[in-house]
Design a protein around this ligand. Structure first.
Ligand code: FMN
Length: 142
């Protein structure tokens, strides 16, 4: 059975490329073995991540992620059983919000910034799907 989980969190310290790259390297190493796909979206101080895969695998990974000291204040924005993946092309794609077209952010929020803590889970998911559709998701660590 497949599930999709979306959460947001606050970085423990202002995010550097090195922190993000390490997380992406871990994800791209571990996720294929667990059949997990998704994308990690981040700004200077927060994350949104969507995880798709088997229920056990997604829940086990989420448990590990919640305990990770590199972030805090994890909030589940959405959890659902799914018939098919939407982010299946990505072992863990990355989106740096600062590089996203501001008009896209404005489409789903009051200001052109990432604000998952005050937006609905539905709006955050819609934003991630549109990022995917517009080609804003990068696959490589850069
Ligand atoms: C925001 C965030 C997202 C993460 N996403 C993943 C992920 O998708 N897959 C993964 O294996 N680890 C992810 N991690 C890292 C895990 O918390 C944990 O450090 C890692 O799975 C341990 O892997 P290792 O046993 O190979 O060192 C993430 C961490 C953070 C802070």
């Amino acid at each position: 059975m497949l599930v999709r989980l979306l959460y947001a969190s606050r970085a423990a310290a202002p995010l550097t490329d090195s922190v993000v790259d390490t997380i992406l390297e871990q994800s791209r190493h571990n996720n294929p073995q667990q059949g997990i796909t998704g994308i990690l979206c981040y700004s200077g101080e927060q994350f949104i991540q969507v995880l798709e895969g088997g229920r056990d695998e997604v829940c086990e990974l989420f448990n590990a992620i919640v305990r990770d000291p590199r972030h805090a204040g994890v909030r589940i924005l959405s959890y659902e059983e799914i018939a098919e993946r939407r982010f299946g092309g990505w072992t863990m794609g990355k989106v740096e919000v600062n590089k996203v077209n501001p008009s896209l952010l404005l489409k789903y929020a009051e200001k052109a910034e990432l604000n998952p803590f005050t937006s609905s889970g539905r709006a955050s998911m819609a934003l991630l799907e549109e990022l995917l559709a517009t080609g804003a998701v990068a696959s490589r660590v850069s």
